[in-house]
Design a protein around this ligand. Structure first.
Ligand SMILES: Nc1nc2c(c(=O)[nH]1)N[C@H]1C(S)=C(S)[C@@H](COP(=O)(O)OP(=O)(O)OC[C@H]3O[C@@H](n4cnc5c(=O)[nH]c(N)nc54)[C@H](O)[C@@H]3O)O[C@H]1N2
Ligand SMILES: Nc1nc2c(c(=O)[nH]1)N[C@H]1C(S)=C(S)[C@@H](COP(=O)(O)OP(=O)(O)OC[C@H]3O[C@@H](n4cnc5c(=O)[nH]c(N)nc54)[C@H](O)[C@@H]3O)O[C@H]1N2
Ligand code: SF4
Ligand SMILES: [Mo]
Length: 747
């Protein structure tokens, strides 16, 4: 590649200690004793281990845990904290295997600085002072030339708030996370404009007491969000009726009374037909709708022609099945949920699909009801005192509100676009800080990303691993893993308010450091001392804990603390919603004012051309996105992804189980690596399915390199949501390509 900022491979530095051979524990192994779970030698007493409180970072559910170390301060195992209402003492396989991240010898070990050597760009190891000085001086330069606002932050996970604090103190509010435009943004915008609030994280679905749940795409069981999976298991034992809508026979489809193998991209037609049936057959909660909603008459006339027969032609689902399932969900109401989903960036009309789900829930009258949506509550922890942030001259709203009127949060892809010089840009991004997000794998449209990278004046990447994103940095900083650091107090809004502490269970390995320390060091160099007025983050945490009646010392012993609620979990009668009308807005005047359909309208999406199949993707219980692909404990459970192919397709294409193929998309982009074929009836014939997060192209990820195929590199067509800028990623079509005697053969 011949660009200003070549993608650099970080050479593997000296190997550290030998990783412990850890066997991942079984999920839901709550009946075994701690000693059994710890696999300690027979006769071992408690004295030989110490337990340190933490919470998990393998995904964003933040399950509270105990990290067990031996007398040599080696980390042995991590187990769930029994007092934690979010995990009830049980971690998922990823959480248990998370220690693999701490032991990984491929970890980033020292700061690295990009240099030019013999006409070639490469990284050299640097000390912290040199790297931090360089970052501060480049940030000052950018601020002097273009204003502080032209620095942007891309972040995800617990390091995010530290870097956001730094950026805001510096004078920019341009920080974005893939959890909006690539994940739950369309859902949240839809709920804000229907209910005046979001379904939350953890989602406020009262699955425990639910009697009928519809899962549209949402694949709980493979999507391992802990509390939801535990509650679903409980609800299944109590006889919940599950209706799963998925072109793939997912794990939860296997537990469902009804599996609706919908033609992909047509869910909105099904939802409108369900609304039609529920209104037409007067199955909706009349009192609730009268008391708590506006726009019912408009909705009724809007869906009057959207019959199950109409939807059949679009979705391929039998009208009788559509009617039957509508009646099932209405019969169980209000203990009946149409799950709002989470990763909803599918087809570009995702806000409208999420609105249809929100409307359907309103007809079931389940808001504030046991078995429906509960009222969450969290602990009121004050911020550590610091001066107000400076007011930036412009922020991300100025970049994208013209184009995406309902974007509530900052859009990663819009900030990437704003990093490429163009006459259309009113505001230009010049430098990036990236922490905790592997942008080339998390955000589609690699060409756009590369153009931005090539235009930027400065990029800092903070990561624990030499992931793809690190190869584009001018400076790479090694963060220590969540086992080796303090982070902010976990404070999740849930049925029961609780807090959890994360503290180091071991010294940071190599030269890695915590985000709180890194950001303070940069802040001090930028003259922002007052925003970082502590010597150690323990002071901040202790101060905050004391404001809510506990202390760092107490939390070090307990790990988790539960609090009593001030509000009711469920609501009766008329509810006050935080919308302009104070009601649930079935008809959205705000959408109308923004030039969007005020009631969801089905629009057809492109179909695969002949010889191509729609590429759909999802999760596996033992991995999280691309971040776990190099984790030995999880590789032991699932070494790579496969491409799921329907037997009919396998017949046409001459494929059999275990064949290795490349996938090539509609734009001629071929996967970098081959992927193994899994022939299965569990996928429709018009689609193929892969687990996201594999096919790593960085050789420094010695265990993940070349294993399986990346979904993201095949997602070159992005269907952008006009309401909030989300990147619909399921409009890509692939064909199979075999490599025979060094030649590529299209199948
Ligand atoms: N093709 C495709 N794209 C997707 C998705 C998909 O299913 N398919 N899913 C979308 C969704 S729902 C989401 S939420 C996003 C997720 O997007 P990301 O969160 O960006 O996902 P990862 O690919 O896991 O990248 C995480 C990065 O953080 C680093 N990291 C891990 N722990 C730490 C830490 O403690 N500190 C620091 N500084 N870095 C750390 C990892 O090494 C890795 O580089 O992806 C979205 N993009
Ligand atoms: N183990 C594990 N669990 C995780 C994560 C992880 O990385 N690993 N990530 C977490 C995060 S951040 C998120 S956002 C969630 C995401 O998880 P969810 O929100 O549950 O799921 P999605 O990614 O939206 O959907 C994946 C499912 O949609 C189906 N699907 C594909 N196309 C269509 C379609 O057109 N219509 C319908 N009805 N279904 C379709 C796929 O077959 C697949 O079963 O998972 C969370 N949980
Ligand atoms: S659900 Fe699993 S990976 Fe996510 S925080 Fe909990 S234990 Fe960790
Ligand atoms: Mo997500």
């Amino acid at each position: 590649m011949n660009t200003r900022r070549d993608f650099i491979r970080i050479s593997t530095l000296a190997a550290g200690g030998v990783a412990l051979g850890l066997t991942p524990l079984k999920f839901l192994s709550g009946s075994r004793s701690r000693e059994e779970l710890l696999d300690l030698p027979a006769g071992s007493s408690r004295e030989i281990y110490r337990r340190i409180p933490s919470y998990c970072e393998v995904c964003f559910w933040k399950c509270a845990s105990w990290v067990y170390t031996n007398s040599d301060n080696q980390i042995l195992k991590v187990l769930g904290n029994e007092d934690d209402p979010l995990c009830n003492g049980r971690l998922c396989p990823r959480g248990t295997g998370g220690i693999g991240m701490y032991h990984d010898e491929d970890r980033l070990k020292t700061p690295l600085i990009r240099v030019q050597k013999n006409g070639k760009q490469e990284y050299r190891e640097a000390g912290w002072d040199e790297a931090l000085d360089l970052i501060a001086s480049r940030m000052k330069e950018i601020k002097a030339k273009y204003g502080a606002e032209s620095m942007a932050l891309f972040n995800h996970g617990c390091s995010g708030p530290f870097f956001a604090h730094l950026l805001h103190a510096f004078g920019s509010e341009n920080n974005a996370a893939p959890s909006f435009a690539q994940c739950r943004g369309a859902r949240d915008v839809a709920y804000i404009h229907t209910y005046g609030t979001i379904p939350g994280s953890p989602e406020i679905t009262d699955i425990r007491d639910c009697r009928c749940m519809v899962l549209i795409g949402s694949h709980l069981g493979e999507n391992m969000h802990n509390t939801q999976v535990q509650e679903l298991a409980e609800a299944i034992d109590q006889g919940i009726t599950l209706i799963t809508v998925d072109p793939r026979f997912s794990t939860v489809a296997g537990k469902s009374k009804y599996w609706l193998p919908i033609k992909p991209a047509t869910d909105l037609a099904l939802l409108l037909a369900w609304i039609h049936v529920i209104i037409e057959e007067e199955l909706y909660d009349k009192d609730f709708v009268k008391l708590n909603t506006t726009g019912f008459d408009q909705l009724k006339s809007h869906v009057s022609s959207m019959t199950p027969e109409w939807a059949y032609g679009i979705t391929t689902l039998e009208p009788a099945l559509i009617r039957l399932t509508a009646r099932e969900m209405a019969r169980a109401a209000p203990a009946s949920i149409v799950h709002p989903g989470r990763h909803v960036a599918w087809y570009g009309d995702d806000t409208q699909r999420s609105r249809a789900i929100a409307i359907l829930n309103a007809l079931l009258g389940n808001w504030g009801k046991r078995g429906g949506f509960y009222v969450p509550e969290k602990v009121a922890i004050p911020d550590f005192p610091c001066p107000d942030y400076p007011k930036p001259a412009w922020n991300f709203h100025d970049i994208h509100l013209q184009k995406y009127p309902l974007a509530e949060e900052s859009i990663t892809n819009a900030l990437i676009e704003a990093s490429i010089p163009s006459a259309d840009n009113h505001h230009q991004i010049r430098g990036w800080i990236v922490s905790g997000t592997n942008m080339p794998e998390a955000i589609p449209d690699k060409q756009l990303f590369l153009k931005a990278v090539d235009s930027l004046e400065f990029i800092v990447v903070v990561d624990t691993m030499p992931m793809e994103i690190t190869g584009y940095a001018d400076v790479v900083l090694p963060e220590c893993t969540y086992f080796e650091r303090y982070d902010d107090i976990r404070n999740s809004a849930f049925r029961e308010p609780s807090i959890a502490l994360r503290m180091p269970a071991a010294e940071p390995k190599y030269e890695s450091r915590a985000a709180w320390w890194i950001t303070k060091q940069i802040g001090e160099r930028l003259g922002l001392h007052d925003y970082f007025a502590y010597d150690h983050y323990e002071e901040v945490i202790d101060w905050q804990l004391k404001q809510v009646g506990t202390s760092l010392d107490e939390m070090k012993e307990k790990g988790v603390m539960r609090f009593s609620r001030n509000k009711d979990v469920y609501l009766e009668g008329e509810i006050k919603f935080n919308t302009p009308s104070g009601k649930i807005e079935l008809y959205s005047a705000a959408f109308e004012a923004a030039g969007l359909d005020p009631l969801p309208v089905y629009t057809a999406h492109p179909e695969p051309p002949a010889g191509y199949y729609r590429l759909i993707y999802g999760r596996a219980p033992m991995h999280t996105f691309s971040r776990t692909a190099n984790n030995q404990n999880l590789i032991d459970l699932m070494p790579e992804n496969a491409v799921w192919v329907n037997p009919k397709v396998a017949g046409i294409e001459g494929l059999k189980n275990g064949d290795r193929v490349y996938l090539k998309n509609q734009d001629g982009i071929r996967s970098s690596f081959t992927v193994s074929v899994r022939v299965t009836e569990r996928i429709r014939w018009d689609s193929v399915y892969m687990v996201h997060g594999f096919g790593h192209s960085k050789k420094e990820l010695t265990k993940a390199y070349g294993r399986g195929a990346s979904t993201t590199e095949l997602i070159t067509r992005v269907m952008v949501d006009p309401a909030m800028g989300g990147t619909g990623m399921r409009g890509n079509f692939v064909m199979f390509v075999r490599e025979e005697e060094g030649k590529e053969v299209e199948i």
